[in-house]
Design a protein around this ligand. Structure first.
Ligand code: SF4
Length: 373
């Protein structure tokens, strides 16, 4: 058992206590918890314990592992993973061959670990399309899931089958929750998934002893509870009918809505507008490309340039009556107000991420957050 804890590790690596507390506060924000819950997160991370983790890479491109490794410079976010006991990860572990297999078998025998799965599971032709050490992906999954306390599927491939499952699906690829039915399974879809959400989910697990509340697709609500279209900084342009119609056109240069370029934001649930990728640096729509719905099932089948189905997601055709201003507003001013509204929507998401907008009501104890499927 590790004699230190995350806070001590952070201090040794030059992270100030102030930054550590900011990290705890940020995690509370990502988890949509009141800011004062950062105290409970701090206490959980200060406990001298490690959560054993087995990470399987199956039918994948290793993009989710790449996202994990490139998530950030050495900060407390990364230290969370340092303090975990990652007993098996084919790509990043030092051991190989029999030594690696022995480490995994010891962890499975001991039990009590979190199983993280990356990649889909090919079941066609006896599973010959993905084998490691003479075992098929299906055998590896069943073996590793047998003693796990919970399973986390990272990326769209493990969550929903991803591109390996796209038609005609020659390998018979399927996904974790289709095969593991006797354990709590949490999906963190994305292509790749966002490491911020894995960190937050682990922090939740360490703090409350259970997985966070999830939707009917096993996705945690803190990360997949809101539609991208509803938090998009370009939404003001959508509502104003201002669209990009060709790459590099005037609308593209002005940051107009990307719906007509195939953006799937109206049918996609993910917290990209709030947390972004690469330490919040950017995300597809901010970079000028439409959302491709990589956190949704069968996203590969939607077609990059096909228009998202707005039938269920369009604004209502009737609105509540409004008090019209007595002064006349010229079109230029109206445009500025529309742009401000778009900024406000984006700012709200960022504020949630920074945990600055939560009420401090009813924070006397950390209630269970779970609504496991
Ligand atoms: S269609 Fe896409 S770019 Fe346009 S507002 Fe919705 S999410 Fe944003």
């Amino acid at each position: 058992m590790l004699e230190t804890n995350l806070q001590e590790t952070a201090l040794k690596q030059g992270v100030s206590r102030r930054d550590f507390l900011k990290f705890c506060s940020m995690m509370a924000g990502v988890l949509a918890l009141p800011r004062s819950y950062s105290t409970y997160i701090e206490q959980a991370l200060a406990a001298p314990k490690r959560l054993p983790v087995i990470w399987l890479e199956l039918q994948d491109c290793a993009g989710c592992t790449e996202a994990l490794l490139r998530a950030t410079a050495p900060t407390v976010s990364q230290l969370v993973l340092d303090v975990l006991s990652v007993d098996y990860h084919e790509t990043i572990m030092a051991a190989a061959g029999d030594l690696a297999e022995a480490a995994k078998q010891a962890s499975i025998k001991a039990g009590g670990y979190l199983l993280v799965v990356e990649g889909s599971i090919p079941t066609g032709d006896g599973g010959v399309y993905c084998t490691v050490g003479g075992k098929t992906a299906l055998q590896l999954l069943e073996e590793a899931a047998s003693n796990a306390v919970a399973v986390v599927a990272v990326g769209n491939c493990a969550s929903f089958g991803g591109w390996p499952k796209a038609g005609p699906n020659p390998t018979g690829a399927t996904y974790v929750s289709e095969l593991v039915t006797d354990k709590p399974v949490m999906n963190l879809p994305g292509c790749p998934y966002n490491p911020v959400n894995l960190t937050a989910a682990i922090v939740h697990f360490l703090t409350f002893g259970e997985l966070p509340a999830m939707d009917d697709l096993h996705r945690p609500l803190f990360a997949y509870g809101a539609r991208i279209h509803d938090n998009c900084p370009r939404r003001g342009h959508f509502d104003a009918g201002e669209f990009v119609v060709a790459w590099g056109d005037e609308g593209h240069n002005k940051g107009f809505c990307l719906y007509k370029m195939g953006c799937k934001g109206p049918v996609t649930f993910h917290n990209c507008p709030a947390v972004g990728y690469n330490d919040g640096t950017s995300w597809p729509i901010k970079a000028g490309h439409g959302c491709i719905a990589c956190s949704e099932p069968d996203f590969w089948e939607l077609g990059v340039y096909n228009l998202a189905d707005l039938q269920q997601y369009a604004p209502p055709t009737t609105y509540a009556p409004v008090q019209l201003p007595t002064q006349k507003v010229d079109p230029a001013t109206a445009g500025v107000i529309g742009a401000m509204a778009g900024v406000a929507v984006g700012a709200a998401g960022v504020a949630a991420y920074k945990a600055l907008s939560k009420s401090d009501e009813d924070e006397s104890a950390p209630p269970a957050q779970n609504a496991k499927k």
